[in-house]
Design a protein around this ligand. Structure first.
Ligand SMILES: [Fe+2]
Length: 399
């Protein structure tokens, strides 16, 4: 994020004395990416941000994955993973279940009604898609309200917690955890980082914290997800003072939300390829949004996609709204995920091409993650696999 933001009190000159009304020095922290050579923010703490008084193992639960072997396209029914009446006891951090993952990204799912523990992911940025629900994410940068359709982008190592508005029901969340940073596509940015005119969204559509969030407390636990010799592991830090002690900050690194309704679709005379739907990118993966839009206006156009072999990627579609015309008859509905692995050509269901001719607009809403290395199946994929999606194009299976 090259978009400068300033919240709360900061001194006029960086790295100089900054005292409270009693004359006590604030503790300045630089939070920066890529070894002091990329985006950063300066945060001013009331207490020492390094002061931990405890470090214990945090067991992340089942994080193992299985290869998609023998290879099959798959249909996962995420809504079967959680009973809504149990959500009051489930939080957005410890309750998330691993659906798909590889060495670059992990995709989870959770239906959360409880306030989460304090948490930071030191492996990479998180981009959490809010399928439904609303509430706030409290962070050391301030409070981020969230609602249905938001992508909540939380930079690596940002201490935060999820507070769903329980009165309105639980929040259905689809966390995309990168092992890298997650940012707007480079082709949409000027050489100084401003979103360009051909981008499908701009800085006005991004919402960051507006004011500091201060809390009092001692011996406060924070769950830290980090890298270990066995992959993703967890540690429970106990901080001497409450981590929400930042009186002000400024810079270009901070959490923000972007709502999918603010994505202005790029359409064409004939079918447009998936990159026009791209919202974000990380190392070896992209995040796209297929939103309601007018479709192709060539008199002989076929609005549903052509068959395509993503020879370099696995494709994960999460269907969150409307009716996805190309998948009609496949059993896919709201809450479904389709996994189309590289090495298998996929495309519309039988009959979908003819049925789409003459259609002027579509009401589909889907979030896509394409990965450039193969995805493996987490326990939540195994638990929600419909077992028959691979055969829907042929309508039969022999082995
Ligand atoms: Fe596709």
């Amino acid at each position: 994020m090259a978009y400068y933001r300033r919240v709360g009190e900061v001194p006029g000159k960086r790295h100089t004395q900054f005292r409270d009304s009693e004359g006590v020095l604030r503790y300045e922290e630089l939070m920066g990416e890529e070894g002091f050579t990329s985006d950063s923010s300066l945060l001013y703490h009331r207490t020492i941000p390094s002061a931990i008084v405890g470090s214990e193992i945090w067991d992340l639960g089942e994080q193992s994955t299985l290869p998609n072997h023998p290879m099959k396209p798959r249909h996962l029914r995420l809504h079967e993973l959680f009973a809504v009446d149990e959500a009051a006891g489930i939080d957005a951090v410890t309750g998330r279940r691993l659906v798909l993952g590889n060495g670059d990204v992990r995709i989870g799912y959770v239906v959360a009604g409880a306030v989460s523990p304090y948490y930071r992911n030191s492996i990479g940025d998180e981009c959490v898609y809010v399928e439904s629900g609303h509430g706030v994410v409290e962070t050391i940068f301030g409070v981020l309200p969230y609602r249905t359709g938001d992508f909540v982008v939380i930079p690596r190592a940002t201490t935060h917690r999820w507070v769903p508005d329980a009165a309105e029901g639980p929040s259905r969340l689809y966390p995309i955890e990168g092992n890298s940073h997650i940012a707007p596509p480079k082709r949409y940015l000027s050489r100084f980082g401003q979103l360009l005119e051909h981008a499908p969204y701009c800085e006005r559509d991004l919402y960051g914290p507006d004011e500091p969030l201060l809390a009092e407390g001692a011996d406060v636990e924070v769950l830290v997800k980090h890298r270990g010799s066995t992959g993703v592991v967890g540690t429970r830090f106990t901080y001497a003072d409450h981590p929400f002690d930042v009186v002000g900050w400024d810079g270009c690194l901070y959490p923000y939300t972007f709502n999918v309704e603010d994505f202005m679709p790029i359409t064409g005379k004939v079918h447009q390829p998936p990159p026009v739907h791209q919202v974000f990118e990380g190392d070896n993966f992209v995040v796209c949004a297929f939103v309601p839009r007018k479709v192709d206006y060539h008199p002989l156009s076929i609005p549903v996609p052509y068959y395509h072999s993503n020879v370099d990627s696995d494709e994960v579609m999460f269907y969150v709204g409307g009716d996805y015309a190309a998948r009609k008859g496949s059993g896919i509905g709201i809450g479904s995920v389709s996994l189309h692995p590289g090495g298998h050509a996929h495309g519309p269901q039988p009959g979908a091409m003819e049925a789409s001719i003459g259609v002027q607009q579509v009401d589909e809403l889907a979030v896509m993650v394409d990965t450039f290395r193969p995805l493996e199946l987490g326990e939540a994929a195994t638990a929600s696999d419909d077992g028959v999606y691979a055969w829907v194009w042929a309508g039969r299976k022999i082995r």
